[in-house]
Design a protein around this ligand. Sequence first.
Ligand code: ZN
Length: 284
Amino acid sequence: MTRMESMGESTRDGLGGHDGAMRYREQQRLAKGRCLLTEVTWPVVRDAVERGAGIIVPVGACEQHGYHMPLSTDTILVTELAVAVADRLGYLVAPPSNYGFRSRPLSGGGPTYPGTISLSATALIAQVADILDELVRHGFKRIVLLSMHLENQNMLWEAAWQTMRGREHEGLRIMVVEQGFASISERAIEILFGDEFPGWEVEHAAVMETSLMLFLRPDLVHMDQAVDDAAERKTTYEVLPVPADMITASGGLWKATRGTGEKGEAVWAELVDYLEGAVRMEMA
Ligand SMILES: [Zn+2]
């Protein structure tokens, strides 16, 4: 198969290979050069503080994402979202945290898969609080904490709370966005899942994340290894050590093979628009 033919295949398979998707990825690459702290110089940061720009702090995870996606999936997605929104608002993006709070069996497959590296609650809270303190020290007054790793919920809130305590009258504002997918509309849920939406808690390495990764980083997704998976036993509680029938062989918690780049593109537009609108409203 020639290279062109294989790109055509990719498009038909929904691997995000069409021109629009490629242009978008290039746009994101350039946006990173403008707003990611890991890619800009200190005078850029000084100027941003002087003009009152805000900064987004992405907090990800190093957590297995099935047979077909990288351990950094949550970090990649949250950083891409931060960059897309920051570039529209003239904000900066802090270096993402590659580590998050412990993976839970019911929402992330848990800690047993090789390579999943998690922080304790106290370590994550301390890390985020330290980052917030540093940003405040440099003069940022508008800070957005952003996570799409469900288990980080409450840790970011706690860090924000600790940082804000005693600074309520300093004009500082911190926004905590911990429910990465909660803003998705009924329409987008229908695009993703048809009429069998299984609930967000099992959307781990499944349709949604697979679709977003196929749109944003198709080079890192191995669709030939994607599987539809589900735990044999579904419970509302967790057990340690983790029983084998309460997690899956692949680590994915639902149907990964249904992911496509086209679905990802549609949902992505919604996620970016929603977050941009929310930040504009709360941080004005
Ligand atoms: Zn994930």
